[in-house]
Design a protein around this ligand. Sequence first.
Ligand code: UDP
Length: 355
Amino acid sequence: MKILSLGAGGFIGSHLTHRLLTEGHTVTAVDIETDKVTEFLGHPNLTFLQLDIRSPEWDLDSMVRDSDLVIDLIAYANPGLYLRIPLEVFRLNFIENLKIAEACVRHGKRLIQFSTCEVYGRTAASLKNAGLTDPEDPIHATFSEDTSEYILGPVSKHRWIYSCAKQLLERVLHAYGIEMGFNYTIIRPFNFIGPKIDFLLHEKEGIPRVFSFFMDALLNGTQMKLVNGGSNRRCYTYIDDAVECSWRIVENPGGVCDRQILNIGSPANEISIRQMAELMREIYAEKFRDPAVPLPEIVDVPAEEFYGQGYDDSDRRIPDITKARTLLGWEPKWGVRDILETTMRYYVSSFRKNG
Ligand code: UDP
């Protein structure tokens, strides 16, 4: 297939593009950055266009017309950005993505749209007066693509602008499917993690995701900070598992993914952020420790101090992956300890090589 992969230079995009090339596809990859794809930039089946899709000289229409399949990974997908540049988050994640989707509609091309598990928002158990008999029951945090309700915070908590932008995009794709027979598949990733997930703090300005904060603290002996006590929970999904499932969605045997939304995640890997900090510190002490650098202390910080005003959070999110299992025969293989150790090994070795 001739695949147009937009956002191919990001964390998910770089791993997925590599897999597509390995499987023999021809890929036109577009991204603003190339640092995560340097090792396969010279691949004979890859055309890499380093550009910003917001720039006027870029010809989206003809690129879509000339492809068999479009994969859209373009996003600001990092909570630090939802707080700092909410308008840009809306513009990129909705307006620009909509242009891509509408080009696919015009040319009758299938689109794989990466969305987010953030569309589900918070759990019913997080609401003050929900009156649940057992708020800890995972049923309240297990999200299914076609039946779960969404609970988001108020407008003043602008973290949710990302969730809303992605949700609206999903709804528009669905509407194009109903009214015009548009063929899309929406993927909702649940906390993918692995090598290249993010930059470390000393490499670049900005607010990466939690793994990088903790990794940086371990490498430099600084504090590991738990926002609001680190009680929120996530299900971390190793990038190789995620790419395997995404790959099956690309293949789409018998059209099983046509006009479907699919969660990709590892329900067995639930861990609180506090447990994650402790586990990373334990793994680091056991496998990677530099005796000259002290092990970090783990401290609590208020969310407003860490992120600024407008922060709110998903308390817990567990993917229901029945659809990926039944439609694609996919099962995640990686457990949380191995995921963290493997990802940490990548960052420790690149830190020591470069430092
Ligand atoms: N977090 C934390 N310490 C940090 C960075 C993040 O406790 O140094 C928390 C954050 O408040 C959230 C969780 O870790 O509850 C995961 O945040 P992340 O930025 O990785 O992304 P998310 O999973 O919310 O999309």
